[in-house]
Design a protein. Sequence first.
Lengths: 230, 143
Amino acid sequence: MMFGFPDVGLVGVIAASHLIEELDLDEVAYLDSTLLPPIIVLHEGLPHSPIRVFGNDNVMLAVSETPLAADTIYPIMYALIDWGKSKNVKMMVSLSGIPLEERQDAKELKVFAAGSSPEMLKIIKDRGVEILSEGYMVGPQAIMLQRCSQLSVPAVTLLAQCFYNYPDPEAAAEVLKGLAGITGVKVDVAKLLEKGEEIRVKARDVMKRTQQEMSNMKKGQEYDIPMYVS
Amino acid sequence: MAIERKRRSFIDIFDEYFDEMERELDRWRESFVEGPSWNLKASTMEPLKNMRVLPTEVVVTVDLPLTKESSLKVKALDESTLEISAQMKRKMTFKELGITHHKGEFQKFHCHMRVPVPVQMNKMKTKFKKGMLEIHIPRKRRH
């Protein structure tokens, strides 16, 4: 089961949207909660929850079209993970980004991963993805990893270097390559890169709302130098 | 009647400076979320933008996808206001943006930005790469 939520560079949402299109995933479930803001998403005139699960016989993908408010992240992520666990998913994977200060000048974007257990870290290493070994992680992907660790559900958070404040389709393409390496779920990213500038135009408003929520959840802490307590 | 002028400590001045910066940033953040990000009359869209005030310079970045560098205009309207505009390579309709209850099209990005500290606008430098504009403006030194 994969997760793509609005966060830095909208990496997870852009990657999720591309996965839905390329794998031709259907809506299989949605989240109904009074914790969500009073928003519905209209598609072809019909109301939909902003948080939906898409899937086929092999994969499930939870995606949100609106940023999660800081105080709703715990209950929403717990509910989604508990639901995924009840469906006996083999692994949970969060797709997201990690801001890079000099992103504009970066020639290549690295993908890092963090795992829910030492066994998962070994799998990540064996598949050639670099481990994000120290630092802070803030947002839905952080809670996903922590909750899965508590429940002994194998989980990985994949983070591609990206812009903090701007939609980053190139980073989304990189995180999808990382996903293929870890899970074998492969999609062609050529179309995603081709449509990159168009995606950046369309994603402006979601990015603006996401910036506000990232500020509320102290996302900037990911830049901090950790003080280790041993 | 003599009014004694209260001496302000360095910390007071420092605090006031940062309070003012905070207020300015709040005003700027508010302007970010209020109203639509487009102007149908002018056929313009407001780009995503960001400003960082560093000790020696102010760095502005503006996301201008689907634009040509040759059409980019960065103007200092006064000592603290920037006007940025860029023509898009092609027009975009509301329908393409996923909106069906409005009619219209956009062909330009346009925005204003207010710099919250004294800067030397005449020494501004710009860089444009893959639709991302970066502006560096040196700060004025206090003597």
